[in-house]
Structures are given as C-alpha cells and as structure tokens.
Design a protein around this ligand. Structure first.
Ligand code: ADP
Ligand code: MG
Length: 407
C-alpha cells in the first residue's frame, strides 16, 4: 500500500540509466564535538535506494538538510556526512560545497553513470523553507528525475521536498519512503486484529489529533507516560507533582467517553520524590499518587497488563515512551513493553514503532520488531491522518490501467 504513488521500482531502466537523479534524503544526523557523524542510522537507511540507483547507472545528486542553520554556516555543513557515506558505500563520495549553482550543475553533469555526489545543506538556501518557486525551478534544472527518500522531512513543504517535485516529474518514492508508508499505512488501514495502540510521552497536547484518529481504528489503546496523568485528572484522581496539562482535561474526558472500554490506563505507577537519578521511588496504585511525588513510569502490574494485550494482538502500534526512560531508574516500564513487542513479533504480530524519542527508547530491540520508523514528527502526522506534502506531490501510479481501445 503506497497510496498509489510511483516508486523507484516503477521507473523503467531508460528513465534511470545515465539520467541526472535528484535524491532527497534525510541526513539530519547528530554530529559530535569534533564535527563527526555520531549516529549514522539515517545514512544507512538510504543505502538500498542509493545502491539501486548506482546499479542502474544513474548519476545521482543527493540533497538533505542538517539542523536549523540561519543561512550558510560551516557548523551545519554536510561535508562530514559525505565522508561517512563514502565509508558505508566503500568509495569516496564527491561533496559539492553549494546546492543550487553553476558549480553544482556542472558537478552533476560530470558524474559518470553509477556516480554519486552530495550537495551542501539545503537550508543554506534562503528560499528553501518558504518553498520559493524560483529556487525550485533552478533546482529542478539540475536533474531529470526526482526521488524522495526523506520520509522524515515529508511533512514540510520546502523546495527540496515539495517545490522541486512539482516541476521534476516523474517524482517517485525511494525505498525507505516506500517502506515507511507501507508499514505505517498497513497499521492504519489494514491492521490484523486485534489492533493495539500503545501511547505515551510527555504531552497529550502534542497528540490529540493522533489519539482521535487512532481511537476509532484500534481495539485497545494502552496509555502511559505523563500523558496518562491527564487521564487520571479527568477521572478526578490526584497526580501530585506529575507533569500534567490541566487545560486538556476536557479532551481527555472526551477520549475516555468515545473510547468506551478501549482505553486502558495504568493500574499502578512508579512515583519519585523528584525527577532525577537517585530519587526516592515507590510503586503505588494510580488512585494513590502521594502529594509531592511525580509519576515517572508505569508500574509492574500495568506493564504486565500491557504485555498481555501486546502478545494477544495482530498489530501493535507504539508511540511515546511510558516513563522518563532517559533516566535508568525510570526506564523499566518502557523496557518491559519493548521486550513484549519483540516477543510478539516473534509470534507473528506486526509491530510498528513511531516517534523520535520512541525510536531511541526501542533502540535495543530495533532488530526484533517489524519496523521502527525513521520519521519522527512526520510519522506522527502520517498516523494522525494528515496529508504530507512531500508524499502528496509524488507522481501518481497508474496501476491496472486498461489497455487503450477504440471508442
Ligand atoms: P516521541 O518523540 O516518541 O513522539 P514524546 O516526545 O511525546 O515521544 O515523549 C517523549 C518524552 O516523554 C521523553 O522525553 C520522556 O522523558 C517523557 N516522559 C514520558 N513519561 C513521562 C512522565 N511520566 N513524566 C515526564 N516525562 C515523561
Ligand atoms: Mg519527542
């Protein structure tokens, strides 16, 4: 299921071979103090697309943003990324110190078939984020075909994600983009049942649309994280010093009404006298959160309940850590649920994890679940049912087109 958009696979060999292919990737990777790539997961995730393009003789120019520079700034250069990509591909990758320029155009022109270069940070371009049409035209002139493999940037209508794709057709999904849409799309639109969603994280306010979009689709919604505290308040329970959003109590009440019977709140929670390593901790029923203490994790009974739901599910979709998992003392609930996901996957359950912090929280079991989205905020928007401009703009696929006949 790819929302009938064309993918790389739909292009014929003549549409790739020797063509100048502009490839939008998401190389917004963390750098260390020495300016080296600290985590190359996002680079690795694009290798299937890049290898395919190389094998089919494309001349590929890669585009990405990195960080939030205000204009050109060497701290946000993609040069270290070109180096790391070269190591992963086993060949040096040409880095071009500009993005839309005569220099870039000539560099792409000079690439041999199967050659590859990385252009400088798209956010160094003043028109990128306001989707300037002139910039889009200039960028489009540097290529013959557009491939978008940057699912994590697809919720932004920028020149390199949207504007250029309007002008440079065919514009197709790369393999990472395709994989993301397939897994997230299957969970949303064709889940094997029971369909269980696990939601946590800090703020319900970030996720009201997500919850409201999921609620009618799921059979069970297990809620943890600080988000659960808003629901506790909606039930009239005390939440001590927990992170709460009192303004959202009406929404939480509404969700509980709409989700009659589907919503499972933690029956017990871990509370701490302060949100820091080494704090005093205790497990209490959700009805007995003491004054002056904060909920920092789900409790063991809740973790066991969530595990039962997960093991009985056909599909599990998880967003949002169930506690302050960055602090080891408060990470047990999140770890237990991650383990349950891995076990369920082994038993044949489709398990999908989305969200930036969630991906970090399940890093230890990433190979043992069906899919960990690289999409961050874009994945949340997709799951909330929003149209992502970087996907919407891709060329429509014409499946099963009837052969032309005389009228
Ligand atoms: P994602 O990025 O996966 O969508 P969120 O950003 O919504 O996830 O939530 C992640 C954050 O939620 C983490 O930083 C975590 O510490 C925080 N969090 C989870 N449970 C609690 C809690 N009980 N109290 C305070 N913060 C929490
Ligand atoms: Mg987050």
């Amino acid at each position: 299921m790819i929302l009938n958009k064309m993918t790389l696979r739909d292009l014929g060999p003549h549409e790739i071979s020797n063509k100048r292919v502009l490839v939008r990737v998401d190389y917004n990777v963390p750098l260390d103090d020495a300016g080296r790539v600290r985590d190359d997961a996002r680079i690795r995730a694009t290798l299937p697309t890049l290898t395919y393009l190389k094998d089919h003789g494309a001349r590929a120019a890669l585009l990405s943003h990195l960080g939030r520079p205000r204009g050109p700034d060497p701290k946000f250069s993609l040069a270290p990324v070109a180096e790391r990509l070269g190591e992963l591909l086993g060949e040096s990758v040409l880095f071009v110190e500009s993005t839309v320029s005569d220099e870039a155009k000539a560099a792409i022109e000079r690439l041999p078939p199967g050659g590859l270069c990385l252009l400088e940070n798209t956010r160094f371009l003043p028109g990128e984020e306001r989707n300037d049409s002139r910039l889009a035209r200039e960028l489009a002139e540097q290529g013959d075909v557009f491939v978008n493999d940057a699912f994590a940037a697809a919720h932004r209508a920028h020149v390199s994600t949207e504007g250029v794709a309007r002008l440079l057709q065919p514009a197709v999904a790369g393999f990472l983009m395709e994989r993301e849409i397939q897994f997230l799309g299957q969970a949303l639109h064709a889940p094997r049942r029971p369909f269980v969603a696990i939601l946590g994280g800090a703020k319900l306010s970030d996720k009201v649309e997500l919850v409201e979009h999921l609620l009618p689709r799921v059979d069970r919604l297990c809620v943890g994280g600080a988000m659960a505290c808003v629901f506790f308040q909606a039930l009239g329970l005390g939440t001590g010093e927990s992170l709460v959003e009192p303004a959202l109590t009406p929404q939480a009440k509404r969700i509980l009404d709409l989700g009659a019977g589907k919503v499972i709140l933690p029956e017990d929670v871990l509370v701490a006298d302060r949100v820091a390593a080494g704090a005093a901790r205790q497990v209490v029923p959700r009805t007995a959160v003491p004054e002056g203490w904060a909920v920092v994790d789900i409790g063991p009974a809740a973790a066991a309940r969530f595990r039962r739901e997960i093991l009985g599910a056909g599909t599990v979709l998880w967003n949002g850590p169930l506690g302050v998992f960055e602090i080891e003392d408060f990470a047990e609930g999140t770890a237990a649920v991650a383990e349950a996901l891995a076990d369920a996957t082994e038993g044949g359950t489709l398990t999908v994890v989305g969200g930036g912090d969630s991906a970090a929280a399940v890093a230890g079991v990433a190979q043992r679940v069906s899919h960990v989205s690289t999409g961050g905020g874009a994945a949340l928007e997709f799951l909330a049912g929003k149209t992502l401009p970087g996907i919407a703009v891709l060329s429509d696929r014409q499946v099963g087109r009837a052969p032309e006949r005389d009228a």
